[in-house]
Design a protein around this ligand. Sequence first.
Ligand SMILES: C[S@@+](CC[C@H](N)C(=O)[O-])C[C@H]1O[C@@H](n2cnc3c(N)ncnc32)[C@H](O)[C@@H]1O
Length: 434
Amino acid sequence: MGADELTTGDVVEVQVGPIAHGGHCVARYEGRVLFVRHTVPGERVRARITEGGPGDRFLRADAVEIVEASPHRVPPRCPVSGPGGCGGCDFQHVSTAHQRELKGQVVAEQLQRLAGVEREVSVEALGDTDGLGYRTRVEFAVDGPTIGLRRHRSHEVQPVPGCPIAVPEIDTALAEARAEVVDAPHALDEVAALDVVVPSGEDDTVVVEVPVGATTPSIPITEEVPVPTGSMAMGVDARGFWQVHRDAPRVLVEAVLAAARVEPGERVLDLYCGVGLFSVPLAAAVGESGQLIAVESDGRATEHLRDNLAERPWALVVPGRVDDLFGVPRKGPKGGRGRGRGRAPARSDLLPPSADVVVLDPPRTGAGKGVVVALTSLRPRRMVYVACDPAALARDTAYLADLGYTLTGLRALDAFPMTHHVECIAVFEPAAAR
Ligand SMILES: C[S@@+](CC[C@H](N)C(=O)[O-])C[C@H]1O[C@@H](n2cnc3c(N)ncnc32)[C@H](O)[C@@H]1O
């Protein structure tokens, strides 16, 4: 079969090359690039094309037969994780130690390619190393009486017997929901998803029924996070943003505090702060002679943030989008006259003219050039950038370098075992100050 004619459904034998960002490996078939899932670098596999055809820049494929296996291949711990199955995990077939090596290679490759930074990256396990039983939140998709998880790049629902990467309480809740549907087959007809949450600060599992075409009720819960001074109880919505790995809140707080090296009396910005996982301990670190400014755009998260910071009146909550508050124009839709085109909005007076330390934890898209420019204009002595997407981090690392801020520290945490996701904590300092 000629490479130019390859199309969805065809099966070809390929030698698998390096890991790429996104949970797949790169392979070539007569020069054409294939992104192959369910394989490991170095393997020889038969791969079925799952997306793409003649004229496409690359094709997506699943390894459906392993001709020569990698020594890092292990039997998947989940029966529905293979080709065509649940799209939640990318690396069930890879030893957890090698998963971390692969993620380290991806972070290093992104930094090298997008920012010209040469650095070996080793990814740290969070607590246990088997990569199972860690998720405290799972949103199950519902399709009529079927409860499951979405297939890869699809809306189809794959029924699941349970979720081995979730804490056991989640499987118990799933079994109860299933039993209910057996008794009443139409019970979930108006339900789009079941969001199951196991809050660390409460005894009971919370199951949120997400209705079809209607607003989901907001259900406040309490998370309890061990911190150096004891424990902090934080209010958050059951469906609001919260770190999914049961150990991630504690480990991330420790890592951010260690990276920020905040002194009493300093002014610290915590941007994209959610309900204040970092804001609360940072406010404690600056003390009442200092100032903590916490910025978050989500309305419900901001309400929780105010409550969570209530005992620290030197902490200022600024509701709104970081880009808007800094007067950074938003990008419009491609080629269109999108919102934000034209004159930039004015910078908000709520933001200070300078800061000692900036902590930022933006969503997957990263901060972007405009925000990075605004942050460097505050002349912080340190920026701590928490990133869930290594490509966005690498792109922003390049912008920061152009503006005189060098990457001086990096930790990568395996906060999402079995998936390709990785959490990075990067430290940037002014080049001249080093
Ligand atoms: C990755 S979460 C981090 C939250 C917090 N640091 C934590 O670990 O719990 C990113 C947060 O940024 C908020 N967000 C997204 N875009 C934003 C924007 N443009 N400006 C301000 N906040 C934003 C989201 O609502 C979310 O709470």
